[in-house]
Design a protein around this ligand. Structure first.
Ligand SMILES: [Zn+2]
Ligand SMILES: [Zn+2]
Length: 335
């Protein structure tokens, strides 16, 4: 039977407290940088990727390089006793290095004895858009190679291409990557979303209600609002202020949310030379927040040139101007 990767009730007594806790959405940041990977260890250098956990439903949001660490965490749970991530790495490198046909990699992994045959991994991937900093972690996400992984991908169209087409053409295609998309071991399904769409994701207790709105960004980007068990989370990555219709969309997505996870890449000074790059300033984010009145804001997708003090100053500026609790995401932080 397919098994959700997180929160097993096995061994945990389901008291009222644990039930209430399970019905509270959670998340973890695996990549908090925008634009490019950097070597920073204080805030983190991986590009943008975080999880959203609604009960037992795990959603991986965007596929920046932070996704590599999620893949390793998940793979660990499906390894046979005594096997390590290093074993899997060595096996894959040896298999491809020996000139084997990449289309047999999935089956070979299964037959390697490293993966527990009885476990299946059900994942939902959601995508804001497909710029490289939100995309290329998928190549090193180990569960994507395993026949024991089922991945449901949800995302919009960008320049007329859906997320599967983008992955096939840019991520998993020789000579950029040795294993073509169609030879990945995982089973993958697709849901293409439209601007302004409302849809539901099946889940325990009740379906997750999702609302999608387009945001102002080169080549297009989508913001999401999730409602589940009385809790609301908005996720708005990669958007620029100053366009009335799109500004309204941000406010609609943030409206009264318990948590807003949003990019805020620039100070006013940084923005002076970066207009049109598709990212928002702390001042503009504060303006949206005053209108939308969310309960809490977490900034992410930090500029690769922004040091700790700058990232902190951006969050402090939003909090000072909007009087809404604002923190900045650090790689590994949970919420
Ligand atoms: Zn980005
Ligand atoms: Zn972008």
């Amino acid at each position: 039977m397919a098994k959700s990767p997180a929160l097993s009730s096995g061994g945990i007594e389901l008291t009222q407290e644990t039930m209430i806790d399970m019905m509270k959405p959670k998340g973890k940041f695996y990549g908090v940088r925008g634009s490019f990977v950097i070597g920073d260890t204080k805030i983190g250098g991986h590009t943008t990727c975080h999880t959203l956990q609604f009960g037992r439903k795990l959603i991986v949001f965007d596929f920046g390089s932070g996704m590599i660490d999620i893949g390793n965490e998940l793979t660990k749970r499906y390894l046979m006793p005594g096997k390590t991530i290093k074993d899997i790495d060595a096996f894959m490198n040896q298999f491809l290095g020996a000139g084997n046909d990449p289309k047999n990699l999935g089956l070979a992994l299964l037959e390697s004895g490293y993966i527990n045959q009885d476990e299946e991994l059900d994942l939902t991937f959601m995508s804001s858009h497909v710029h490289g900093d939100h995309l290329f972690g998928a190549q090193a996400f180990k569960p994507i190679f395993s026949p024991k992984t089922n991945i449901h991908m949800i995302g919009g169209l960008h320049c007329g291409m859906n997320i599967h087409e983008v992955m096939e053409q840019f991520n998993f295609r020789p000579p950029v990557f040795p294993v073509p998309w169609k030879f990945l071991g995982s089973k993958r399904t697709l849901q293409v979303i439209n601007p302004n769409e409302h849809f539901e994701i099946e889940n325990d207790f009740q379906p997750i209600k999702v609302w999608v709105l387009p945001m102002n960004h080169p080549n297009g980007s989508y913001g999401y609002r999730f409602e589940w068990c009385g809790h609301t989370i908005a996720v708005t990555l990669d958007h620029e202020h100053g366009h009335d219709e799109y500004d309204r969309n941000i406010v609609r997505l943030w409206e009264g949310a318990d948590i807003v996870v949003t990019e805020v890449q620039y100070t006013a000074g940084m923005y002076d030379t970066r207009k049109g790059y598709g990212h928002i300033t702390a001042e503009a984010a504060a303006k949206h927040a005053i209108e939308a009145k969310p309960k809490r804001i977490i900034t992410t997708h930090h500029d690769p040139d922004a040091d700790y003090d700058t990232v902190q100053e951006i969050a402090r500026t939003i909090e000072r101007k909007s009087r809404i609790q604002t923190t900045f995401a650090v790689q590994g932080m949970v919420f």
